[in-house]
Design a protein. Sequence first.
Length: 448
Amino acid sequence: MENLDKKIYSVSEINSQVKEIIEHSFDAFVNVEGEISQMNKAQSGHIYITLKDEISSVRCTLWSTRVSKIKIYPEIGLKVIIMCKVSFYEKNGSYQLDIVDISSVSVGKFHELFEKLKLKLKNEGLFDINFKKKLPKYPNSISIITSLTGSVIQDILKIIKRRLPGVDIEIYSCNVQGENCANSIIKQLITINKKNRSDVIIIARGGGSLEDLIEYNNEYLARQIYNSKIPIITAIGHETDTTIADLVSDIRAATPSEAAEIATRESIDDIFDNINECKKEFENILYRQIDNVKYQLSEYKNNIDKNNPENKINSYSQTIDILYESLKSKLLSNLIHKKELKNLTKVKLKDLNPVNKITELESKVSIRKDNINNILINILNYKRNEINLKNNTIEDVNPLSILNKGYSIVYCGKKISNKVNDFKINSNLKIRLNDGEIYSNVKKIKRF
């Protein structure tokens, strides 16, 4: 017979313990890899997902508050790695994964391969700035490797033709994504370098996903770009995308349009501006030469004028007039200065008159005498007030002064007594009043 004392669990108790065991068996967050096989978005904004592998499946929940924060939006058939928290739903006894973030499995592998190749080529020096080729200031021919369809080629051609209308442009078609992308670009680079007619090469494609850009991280493509004798500008993907081809190229542009502007950094307008600057500089040089000749002729004329006897006589006469006026001015100035010194000395002598000094000193003595008398009077008044204040204070704290207010002091057995317990029947008393003493004894005691 079964043991009837054995504990019987309720469903809630079992689910509660199972929840504690499951949720405490894993870290706070775990990463789970699988394929999204089912997906349902509720009106509340929550997304419910089924994640599966070859054997099993598990339910997952992406709460609405996290939808805008995840890296990749979930889609059926997408292989993903989810960062999640394992949770147990006690109400129906099932567990689920609470999704915190979602990332693509292929993106992770893409970054791993990218970093390995990047480190390898960097160690070989393929990214070294010292090996970057300089672009020509005025290219005669530009080769473009890109897709013949789409807006990329049109944007590049539009900018090049506007900035350098006379430049030769050769367009080489290639696959911009897929397995044959890298090989088609390599083939065109070899062709362009063999012809050796171009001054600049542009490799361009528009934006795309990371998977679309995988071919631009091809090692053979990177080495072909590095070995090119002609400088290469790359404009691959969005501005935030960086590929191995970008790192090994001579210049990386953020967009195809920017690549076209870099290749034609000196536009036709710049050339005309340079011509105008040269013209202005030539004119300035010519004007300076003419000014120099004019200056020399003027100097010759001045020398002739200086050696003219009449001019010399006039010059000496003018010098004498100037010296006369100068001497006259100096004499007048000296007279004025002497007069000022005389007046200043007179004022000083007046200031040093002994009578004035004595009068001034007597006035100062009188003022000081009055000040001293005032100070002594103030000190005496202060001391009188201080003595009166202290007498009042002594009078206030005198214990006998309270007798003047009608109070008395009772002694019992030569001790001051102020409690009933200090007295007994027939105890001798002495009562001190303001103007004398009274002797008595206790006849009756009454307590309150």
